[in-house]
Design a protein around this ligand. Sequence first.
Ligand SMILES: [Mn+2]
Length: 371
Amino acid sequence: MKVSFRWFGREDDSVSLEHIRQIPGIDGVVGALFDIPVGEVWPENRIMELKKEINQNGMSLEVIESVNIHEDIKLGLPSREIYIENYKQTIRNLAKAGVRVICYNFMPIFDWTRSDLAKKLPDGSTVLAYEKEKIESIEPMDLIENMENLSNGYSLPGWEPERLKSIKYLFQLYKNVTEEDLFNHLQYFLEQVIPVAEECDIKMAIHPDDPPWSVFGLPRIVRSKENLERIVKLIDSPSNGLTICSGSLGANPNNDIVDILCHFLKMDRVPFVHIRNIKIAKNGDFEETAHRSIEEGTLNLYEIVKTLHNHDFKGYFRPDHGRMIWGEKARPGYGLYDRALGIMYILGIWDSLERNKTSRKKGEEKNVAIN
Ligand SMILES: [Mn+2]
């Protein structure tokens, strides 16, 4: 298992590469070129610059999150052709820099959605939270404004103001797009892109919808085991993979993360895993929690890590959002401290499982020798 950490670049992240490299066990940075408008080709020289900067700090750049999909592709408009061609070129350019996994999502208009970016927990830390009633009663434009006001001055991934400017128009365009249409548009995209990814030895890894249900009446198709099964079967290729995000899928209690993980690991379709814990309230609201949340967390992180270990997981994981603790000022969910603690907890579980395995093996060898 390779340990990675999401980073937003020197200009737009409170966390430095110099600090990330001090997290024990770290292998690589999950990066992106955040200033390239969605749909345009990522220039080779810019990718190489990013790679060099990360390499100079002793880490690798093998996972990109995300190369976003232009709305015209999700909408199935004729203009998608140019954006799909651009996407292919971006894949080729990323491959030249040694990238192995590209995370992306297929959520219409909005990326992840929360009603609060700094909900206070009893211990004084703050977290991202989702209250159904709040989201259901707010207008999309007001939500965008809320998110901007709560972001501590950082741009939020997936909430780029440029993209959201034409929001009313986008809603119009999606008016008659059904979930079945969205599946067809995804298939059309994958049919063209996956062969290129295969040639380049890159794995595409679709991220689940966050939260895993429809928001503002928009169609969403990456929210359950059945959805994921349908997606991996659209194109039968190891390059057509998944990002299993425990917190996104897990917000729906019907999604059994361990079962889902196990199923798709067996099929070799999980190049990338996001690990975080959440706490779901009875009414379906949820808030994010520390990675170690045995009492109050809804997800069983021990079982999740054990499942990865049982399958001898060779892919990449990153701690997902963390709480804001110790007075840190950072992009909501993306401070240094709590995500580093998350890595330590996950590696603690992993290492003890690994130790047990080796000592069991040694024990067996010893027994053989005695016999
Ligand atoms: Mn995630």
